[in-house]
Structure formats: structure tokens, C-alpha cells
Design a protein around this ligand. Structure first.
Ligand code: NAP
Ligand code: 8YV
Length: 327
């Protein structure tokens, strides 16, 4: 049992209940409804030393950071922290942490489930059974697609990309990848551009972070390169995909099928995608087990505790890796 620390942590907007409870046990917690500097009281502005937030949905930007002059650390829930201006925070000597590793295997499991559902049409086969069609009409039709002989391309061979690759190897698929830089010592074929990777494979699995560098990077050109037998799986971020181009590629047979866990404007999913029978759609559930979300929630709080007790963060993001605690 850790003694309560005389420090104020702000939770703007919704956060996993376990993080909230543990912050409340360990610190003085203050809450506002959303990430909005207009909601901060003068006391909050003065007292807040740490922020714990879901750093994916609501922009935690320069204006919000500047409104908290004594802020030392932003502990973000999730490995992706697209909405946190981590570069700005780092420039001001403010630490930003995320929740890597603890969700890697869960997300990779979901990626494989989504791939199999997409290729072998399992959600449609189940709907067929539940509608009584098996009894009335006979067997579900043979699926035109199979995993057998598929060539997988991983766009984003990082922690989760590697965990997906390990699973794909066990399933007997060949593997290639694209990152901005090749991973040292990794034997899988590397392609220096996404388009070249898409041309070389028939199953493209995207697990890159969101943000300006990847905005709509998976576009019509990439679907054309993937080709008519192509399957596109996105478990990374919806912002990386031109969704209009994807819907058109699926409708026109430019690619064969897609499995998507993430969308550009969640929780809204374009009707054009919902209408397509060759798209398998999940409501951003890749890490969403009680086990894994608890581990993520704990890591948010453990970062705060480590920062204020030992003056170091457990999982700093790249942009703030050089930030050190003052005093
Ligand atoms: P990671 O270890 O940092 O891996 C990211 C990979 O993407 C790296 O290999 C990186 O390589 C590559 N990359 C980054 N920017 C790129 C670009 N502009 N062009 C090409 N490659 C690029 O992160 P992770 O833990 O695997 O997580 C990856 C992402 O998955 C997260 O950021 C998050 O958005 C998403 N995610 C989604 C869910 C979900 O629920 N669906 C759950 C967890 C994570 P280089 O730096 O060499 O380019
Ligand atoms: C969570 C995620 O769904 O970690 C990420 O980057 O996308 C997911 O694990 C998300 O953080 C929930 O807010």
C-alpha cells in the first residue's frame, strides 16, 4: 500500500475506471468533463502536476498544455497517443507516457481473428446458421478465399506487427513488411515503400500509428497495387486509410475483402462500408478484454507513481524520451 501523495492529478474526460480508482487512492484527483482549457478552475491551473487521459480521442494540444503551468507528466491510456501533442510537451520538458507491450499479444490475437473472419467469412456463416438457413437451404457455400498460400505484408513491423508476424508464421503464410526503416536483424523481406509492399503481397495488414505522417496513406494507389485477390486488414488507426477509396475498391472488385477494427471518425462508420458484404467490421475492440484493459489502466497509474516517487517514467513515448524530472 503506497501512502497517498500530496499531488494533484487531472483526469479530463472519460478514463478507465481502474485508473480513476487507483489515481484516487494514490493522489488527489480532480476531474473535468472533457479536454478543454475553458473548464479548468484557477486552482486546477495552479495545482495540477499530472494529467491522465485517453490520449487517442480528444486532442490534448498546446493550448491545454499551456493552461497547466505546473504540469510535469501526461499519462496516456493506449499505445497510440495520436491526440497528444507529445512533440510540444517534450519541448516544454513535460513527460508523456503511453501503454505499450501490455496489449501487444491481445491486439495480435484480434488481428488474426479478423483476418480469418474476413477470408473464411465466419461472421456471415454464423449469421446463415442463426437465420435458420443451414436447415432450410443446406450447407453454407464454400468460401472463395483461403489463407492457404497467402502472402502477407505487414505495414508497421513494430511491437504488434512482430506479434502478428509470429502468428502468421505458425499459420504458414509468407511475410514481408514496410516501415520507414528496416528492422535490424529481421529476416523478412523489407520493401522501402508501401506501394511496393502492396504489389508484392495479397494480404496487407496495417498496424501503423495515426498522425500527420500516415494520414490517408493507404489510398486508391495502394488498393490497386494489392490487386483483385487482395485482402486488407486494419488494426492500427482509421485515419491512415482513405475510406472512400477503400469502399470503392471493395465495391468495384479492385480488392476482394477487408477486415477493419478502426475507422477514421469513430464511432461513426461510413454507411458505404456497412453496406458491403465483403467487409468485416469491428468496433475498435482489438485490446478490449478485461484482462488487457486492466493492464493498460494499471500502466497509466504506474507511470504516474514512478514519475512522482522515483522521478522516472516507465514507458515514455519517443518524443519525450529525453525529458528528465526536475528536482
Ligand atoms: P510500434 O512498436 O511503435 O510500431 C509502429 C511501427 O510502425 C514501427 O515499426 C514503425 O517503424 C512503423 N511506422 C510508424 N510510422 C510509420 C510511417 N509513417 N511509415 C511507415 N511505417 C511507420 O507500435 P505498436 O505498439 O506496434 O502499435 C502500433 C499502432 O497500433 C499504435 O500506434 C496504435 O495506433 C495501433 N493500435 C491499435 C489498437 C486497436 O485497438 N485497434 C490497439 C493497439 C494499438 P518506423 O519507425 O521504422 O517507421
Ligand atoms: C484502445 C488503442 O482501444 O492502444 C491503442 O492505441 O487503440 C486501443 O488499445 C484505445 O486506446 C482505447 O482508448
Amino acid at each position: 500500500m503506497i501512502a497517498k501523495l500530496p499531488l494533484t492529478i487531472l483526469v479530463p474526460g472519460p478514463l478507465h475506471e481502474r485508473s480513476v480508482l487507483r489515481i484516487d487512492e494514490t493522489f488527489r484527483i480532480v476531474r473535468i468533463d472533457r479536454v478543454d482549457p475553458a473548464l479548468l478552475t484557477p486552482e486546477m491551473k495552479h495545482d495540477v502536476r499530472g494529467v491522465a487521459a485517453s490520449g487517442f480521442r480528444e486532442p490534448l494540444d498546446a493550448a491545454f498544455i499551456d493552461a497547466l503551468p505546473n504540469l510535469e507528466i501526461i499519462a496516456s491510456f493506449g499505445v497510440g497517443y495520436d491526440a497528444v501533442d507529445a512533440g510540444y510537451a517534450g519541448g516544454k520538458g513535460i513527460m508523456v507516457t503511453n501503454t505499450p507491450d501490455v496489449l501487444t499479444e491481445e491486439v495480435a490475437d484480434t488481428a488474426l481473428g479478423l483476418l480469418i473472419n474476413t477470408v473464411r467469412e465466419l461472421p456471415r456463416a454464423e449469421a446463415y446458421l442463426r437465420a435458420g438457413r443451414w436447415e432450410r437451404e443446406g450447407s453454407y457455400p464454400l468460401t472463395p478465399m483461403t489463407l492457404r498460400g497467402r502472402r502477407a505484408g505487414i505495414f508497421g513491423m513494430g511491437r504488434i506487427g512482430m506479434a502478428i508476424a509470429r502468428r502468421l508464421e505458425a499459420f504458414g503464410l509468407s511475410i514481408a513488411y514496410h516501415n520507414r526503416r528496416p528492422v535490424e536483424g529481421l529476416a523478412y523481406p523489407y520493401y522501402p515503400s508501401l506501394e511496393e509492399l502492396a504489389e508484392a503481397v495479397d494480404t496487407l495488414i496495417s498496424v501503423v500509428p495515426g498522425g500527420a505522417a500516415t494520414e490517408k496513406i493507404v489510398d486508391a494507389r495502394i488498393f490497386k497495387a494489392l490487386g483483385a485477390d487482395g485482402v486488407f486488414i486494419n488494426i492500427g488507426r482509421g485515419s491512415t486509410v482513405d475510406e472512400d477509396a477503400l469502399a470503392e475498391a471493395l465495391r468495384e472488385g479492385i480488392i476482394r475483402a477487408a477486415g477493419l477494427d478502426v475507422f477514421a471518425n469513430e464511432p461513426h462508420v461510413p454507411q458505404a462500408l456497412i453496406d458491403l458484404p465483403n467487409a468485416v467490421l469491428l468496433p475498435h475492440v482489438a485490446s478490449a478484454s478485461v484482462h488487457t484493459r486492466n493492464a493498460m489502466a494499471d500502466l497509466v497509474v504506474d507511470n504516474l507513481i514512478s514519475w512522482f516517487s522515483d522521478r522516472k517514467a516507465l514507458t515514455p513515448v519517443a518524443e519525450t524520451a529525453q525529458v528528465t524530472a526536475k528536482g
